[in-house]
Write a protein that binds this ligand. Structure first.
Ligand SMILES: Cc1cc2nc3c(=O)[nH]c(=O)nc-3n(C[C@H](O)[C@H](O)[C@H](O)COP(=O)(O)O)c2cc1C
Length: 162
């Protein structure tokens, strides 16, 4: 991503895309017609650990926002890293209507740290087998945070400020 770009998308409560700005379409490489109504995992890169998305949805389901470094895949098979901030959209009664994500260029130093971390998480998932994959993956993340003496959110924001 370029420093002044922002990628925006919105989904319904089930994670189906309801809106994408022109930068989103440019990076995804799909037309608006292809994307609207499609599950957001259409741009999921196979290098992304399942553990990250577990944390992602757990946080959103609590009604909280989440920041995450995400490697996404484009239609032509290339990839791009983003720092996403995903937030639930709520009505006046606090009922969740959907979600939206605003993504900016991640600090390259952060991408270097996070891609190593995600590789370890992915390897743990693969060796643990499908049933225990997420637990094994999140253990790697927890150990990393404990070593750094940080919460997840502190880690993400500290890396961006490197
Ligand atoms: C607003 C919003 C934005 C999302 N953005 C992305 C994204 O950029 N890349 C991605 O891989 N998943 C994104 N997701 C998560 C996907 O819905 C999905 O959970 C994830 O790709 C994992 O795929 P899976 O659920 O099939 O394992 C987003 C979800 C929401 C609600």
């Amino acid at each position: 991503m370029l420093a002044d770009e922002i990628i925006v998308s919105k989904t319904d409560v089930k994670g189906r895309i309801t809106y994408g700005n022109s930068t989103f379409l440019k990076y995804a490489g799909f037309s608006e017609r292809d994307l609207i109504g499609t599950q957001h995992n259409i741009i999921r890169h196979p290098d992304m650990p399942r553990g990250v998305f577990k944390l992602f949805w757990e946080t959103l389901n609590k009604g909280e926002e989440i920041f995450a470094y995400v490697k996404n895949i484009s239609m032509d098979g290339s990839y791009y890293w983003v720092l996403a901030n995903v937030t639930p959209s709520v009505d006046e009664n606090g009922r969740v209507l959907g979600y939206y994500s605003v993504r900016r260029k991640p600090n390259p130093k952060a991408v270097s740290v996070v891609s190593t971390l995600y590789k370890s998480m992915l390897a743990a998932e693969q060796s643990a087998g499908s049933k225990n994959a997420i637990e094994a993956s999140l253990k790697i993340l927890e150990d990393h945070l404990q070593n750094q003496n940080m919460t997840y959110e502190q880690m993400v924001l500290t890396l961006q400020a490197l």
